[in-house]
Design a protein around this ligand. Structure first.
Ligand code: ZN
Ligand code: FE
Length: 256
């Protein structure tokens, strides 16, 4: 399988996902049609399906135009997004498994950023939309801290080598925040240096791996002492994981 990130809008990633053999490919989160159509033209496959992680316009803005060009294709998303996801014709629930472009795809319902957010697992990759970013997580627009904490916990239970493909290029800012919470974490420091250099050269910082996320992403590390200490002033002794998570999320909302 080959995954090609397609930069859309300012900092969104759509993805072109191609099996090792065969004429078809999948598109994840087409924010806009033009850059996706360019990438498809360059690579040569036929679009077999569109996978949508959630209904926000910066993830699905190109769905209708892609469908108009590609003909009748499957547009996948969570069943609860039916009324607000343009073109959705393959509603999914948690654990739904389907075949598209010759690839087996598993849907994980991961509410928190939106009620109907979905992550897609394909082979050793997971497409996480605005739920899990490299070194960060999405804002709580429609869900609670409890929802997001448990959704991230499910993603974090995927094997270490799982490649993480998020919906945005937010890595540098996320790692600056992570380094502030855990100034002595050498892995965060090293990754921050590496990512700063990648961004200077205009390179994408995706994918990450789940193993690396568990070691560097503050939202997957709310049981670690430095993270607990960084927010405990406001929480009192022995805060529970969700309370720590909610505090870290609120601190990130204020961080620039
Ligand atoms: Zn979003
Ligand atoms: Fe987004």
């Amino acid at each position: 399988m080959r995954v090609t990130p397609i930069l859309c809008l300012r900092d969104n990633y759509a993805y072109l996902v191609q099996p090792n053999a065969g004429p078809e490919a999948l598109i994840v989160d087409p924010s806009e049609a033009a850059p996706v159509l360019r990438a498809v033209r360059d690579a040569g496959p036929r679009i077999a399906a569109v996978l949508c992680t959630h209904h926000h316009w910066d993830h699905v803005g190109g769905v209708e135009e892609l469908c108009a060009r590609a003909g009748p294709i499957g547009v996948y998303g969570h069943s609860s997004e039916r009324s607000r996801l343009p073109g959705l014709n393959q509603p999914l629930d948690d654990g739904s498994v389907f075949e598209a472009a010759g690839l087996s795809v598993t849907a994980l319902h991961v509410p928190g950023h939106t009620r109907g957010s979905v992550a897609y697992r394909i082979e050793d990759a997971v497409f996480t939309g605005d739920t899990l970013f490299v070194a960060g997580c999405g804002r709580l627009f429609e869900g609670t801290a409890t929802d997001m904490h448990s959704s991230l916990g499910r993603l974090a239970s995927l094997p270490d080598q799982t490649l993480v493909y998020p919906g945005h290029e937010y890595t540098l800012n996320n790692l600056q925040f992570a380094a502030k919470l855990e100034p002595d974490n050498q892995r965060i420091r090293a990754k921050l240096d590496r990512v700063a250099e990648q961004r200077r050269r205009g390179k994408p910082t995706v994918p990450s791996s789940m193993g690396e996320e568990r070691l560097t992403n503050p939202f997957l590390r709310v049981r670690e002492n430095p993270i607990v200490r960084s927010v405990s002033g406001s929480l009192g002794p022995d805060p529970d994981d969700v309370a720590v998570f909610a505090s870290v999320r609120a601190a990130k909302d204020r961080f620039q």
